[in-house]
Ligand binder design. Structure first.
Ligand code: ACO
Ligand code: KIV
Length: 596
């Protein structure tokens, strides 16, 4: 066998060995034409705002389904359909009935038991035999939309149909007339409320005047009413231009259909990654209905993502009319059925989209949450103003656990957030700083983020809060017992195997303890004590005392208020002894509390 490479050039009887990939074109204009936008100098959409939700159509069971390696079976379609109903969709593109028995049979079973207020939409090309089968599939439905499409873009007409604009327009009209004759004009079909949707395929690639001409002819052939306006659907079948250009195209189209007997609908795909933007601008330009899929499933890069669109509205204070309170469950169902994972950074739904690892983000979120909660409790309102979080993750079923994850990029705000959540413990700033260093190096050592449980355990361990071996045998702090209004502290401590009793008085518990310890150890120590109640995962309620002694913060915990503080001070002081010269005789009081 003789081998050649592209670089050397190949002759007959040689086997091509692909040793290198072809470089991208130096001059892409040799191959690709720039998109030519329509001219609309007096466009009005840029100064408009979206103030209400569109009509939503979920095409997961049709456009989404036709893009799957393993199209859904009847059972999967049913599970998906029920989920869409729960979310609140009232227009659902359920199938391409002429494609297969599965599609046809599923459609028949939905017709038999779908809620009566839901529009069942089914798609067919403009081919009469396929339209017949499509109409048969929804016969008996309460509400059905027959959705017809035909290619109208020059390139599709030339490449696919090898036809002309006139012939395509004629076919479209004939097919609509035929559809009308076997649906709303057929006396045997009067049990169903029929509507028509028509899509000039690759609208965004179609000359606007031609798209309008075809749709006008189609509208006339169908004869819509104001009660049931015809749906003219404008697919960006392949997204080929910037969203502002799509919006111009939509505005040009919408201006041509001013009556109430038309609804302008959008069907954007995401080839350039701009489908959400295109859909939002398309609504500014006059569209009032949107077709898409959950999480942007669909052909190639997908249809526009309805979750993102709906939650974008929600984040602006507009009720999207779709319920994503339990988005994680919806995501799980969709992933299971489609076998396509939702990307970790998919807006709203991705695993990482509410997570901050970096210190400055965490700090701002931590402060923002506190302010938001305080503000809510003051004036009864709770306008969301937490930095870095476009919406409250809890609204869509995400937990706050995912909001802050602590790794070596994190600062003190992160650990403060975690301890606040797990122990309901608010650490003083310097304490946060000290503990954050410990956590940072643990995370660096492990080369990963640390879980809330790991951080909490590390806190308890580092400050000897949970160690079992108690060496304070008794500790009693009795307020104001010495007749002078001072606090008496009495403790029996085990020091190197010897029981010792310490008694002292002070202005408060900490004071008393500091005197007690001073007398025991021969040191003069002062304590600043910040008592905190913690509940959290520890079972019994505890008091943690954050103790500052000689400018070092420490934490200790015990089961009851003053005693806890006393023990905390004592224990902290005893820890400090280790930092003193070894010739001083000091005690080692081992951890003081036992928590089951
Ligand atoms: C942009 C979209 O998403 S459109 C929806 C696409 N979805 C699907 O195609 C999924 C289901 N499709 C199918 O099961 C099959 O394609 C069927 C049943 C529709 C048709 O199957 P077949 O008859 O074998 O035809 P085939 O799949 O090759 O389709 C191409 C034919 O349809 C014609 N065609 C394509 N679109 C249309 C249209 N909108 N209106 C009329 N004819 C059309 C083509 O010109 C071609 O005709 P030709 O055979 O005379 O050249
Ligand atoms: C048939 C139409 C609506 C479509 O799916 C598209 O053009 O992408």
């Amino acid at each position: 066998m003789r081998i050649c490479t592209l670089r050397e050039g190949c002759e007959n009887n040689q086997v091509l060995l692909s040793l290198f990939t072809m470089p991208m074109l130096r001059n892409p204009s040799d191959k690709y034409d720039a998109f030519v936008p329509p001219d609309l100098p007096d466009r009005t959409w840029p100064s408009k705002r979206i103030t209400k939700r569109p009509r939503w159509l979920a095409t997961d069971l049709r456009d989404g389904n036709q893009a799957l390696a393993c199209p859904m079976n009847v059972e999967q379609k049913w599970d998906y359909f029920k989920m869409l109903l729960q979310v609140g969709f009232t227009e659902i593109d359920i199938s391409f009935p002429s494609a297969s028995d599965t599609e046809f049979n599923f459609t028949r079973s939905v017709v038999a038991s779908a809620p009566s207020d839901v529009w069942l939409q089914v798609l067919s090309p403009c081919r009469k035999e396929l339209i017949r089968r499509t109409v048969d599939s929804v016969t008996g439905a309460k509400k059905a939309i027959i959705s017809l499409y035909i290619a109208t873009s020059d390139s599709f007409i030339q490449t696919m149909f090898e036809s002309t604009q006139e012939a395509v327009l004629r076919t479209a009209v004939e097919c609509v007339e035929y559809t009308r004759s076997i649906t709303k004009d057929d006396p045997t079909q009067q049990g169903t409320t029929w509507n028509l949707m028509f899509s000039p395929e690759a609208f965004s690639d179609t000359e606007s005047s031609y798209a309008i001409a075809v749709c006008k002819a189609v509208k006339e052939a169908w004869g819509p009413s104001e009660e049931i306006p015809i749906i003219l659907n404008l697919p960006a079948t392949v997204e080929r231009c910037t969203p502002n250009t799509y919006a111009d195209q939509v505005e040009i189209f919408a201006r041509a259909f001013t009556g109430n007997d038309v609804v302008v609908s959008l069907h954007p795909h995401n080839d350039r990654g701009c489908a959400v933007a295109a859909t939002e601008l398309g609504q500014l330009a006059g569209a009032t209905r949107v077709e898409g899929c959950l999480f942007g499933n669909g052909e190639r890069t997908g249809n526009v993502d309805l979750v993102t669109l709906a939650l974008n509205l929600y984040s602006q204070g507009i009720d999207p009319g779709l319920d994503f309170s339990d988005l994680p469950r919806i995501r799980e169902t969709v992933e299971k059925i489609t076998q396509i994972p939702v990307a970790v950074r998919a807006p709203y739904a991705g695993e990482s989209v509410f997570t901050a690892y970096s210190g400055s983000h965490q700090d701002a979120i931590n402060k923002g949450f506190k302010k938001w909660r305080d503000a809510a409790s003051v004036d009864g309102r709770s306008i969301w103003k937490v930095p870095y979080l476009p919406i409250d993750p809890e609204d869509i079923g995400a937990t706050y656990e995912a909001v802050i994850r602590v790794n070596s990029q994190s600062g003190k705000g992160g650990v403060a957030w975690v301890l606040q959540r797990t122990l309901n413990l608010e650490l003083p700033k310097e304490f946060q700083q000290a503990f954050s260093k410990i956590i940072k190096s643990e995370s660096e050592m492990k080369e990963r983020w640390l879980t809330e449980a790991e951080i909490t355990q590390s806190f308890l361990r580092h400050y000897s809060i949970l160690e079992a071996d108690s060496r304070i045998i008794e500790c009693d702090v009795s307020p104001k017992l010495d007749g002078t209004g001072r606090v008496i502290m009495r403790a029996i401590v085990l020091v190197k195997g010897h029981r010792r009793e310490v008694v002292a008085a002070g202005e408060n518990a900490a004071d008393a303890v500091s005197f007690a310890f001073s007398s025991l150890a021969g040191l003069n120590l002062e304590f600043e004590v910040v008592p905190r109640s913690i509940q959290g995962s520890l079972g019994e309620p505890l008091v943690i005392a954050l103790v500052k002694c000689r400018n070092v913060w420490r934490a200790r915990a015990a089961q009851r208020g003053d005693v806890a503080i006393a023990m905390a001070c004592l224990s902290s002081a005893l820890d400090l002894q280790e930092e003193l010269p070894s010739n001083r005789q000091f005690l080692r009081l081992l951890p003081i509390i036992h928590v089951n």
